[in-house]
Design a protein. Sequence first.
Length: 148
Amino acid sequence: MSKNMQSKPAETTHRIRGFSLYTGRLLVAFLLGFVPMWLKSRERSSSLSEAERQLGLVRMENRLISAAIDARRRDYETARLAASDFFTFLRAETSKGVDSALSQAQIAGLEPLVAQRDEIITLLARGDAASADLLSDLYGSYRKLMNP
């Protein structure tokens, strides 16, 4: 009977050790698969974030050029809406601070352009042909600041 009792704790210890080794191997295998995927996911997330920032800038520029074209075509209401969207996006981007896709120099350079908002929107609301020239000049200034 004493032989039976001694073999049970040894057998239990052997089973626990086997289970621990199995669990350890399973954990290592999981980590070998998980870590590279996690690193790749972080890289892709960073790339996506940068692409979204660039897309925001392209959309903003698109709204400005759309406003200028619509004003030239004398479609002042559509131009007013596009110009308003441009200024709204621009204000939002410049107020993001360090999270902005714009550099500090670009933000500082864009402030005088933002100051023209009320004048341009008013001219467009009145259907004034001078708004087309102002929007074209604004676009030229914007391009210079954004693409030095």
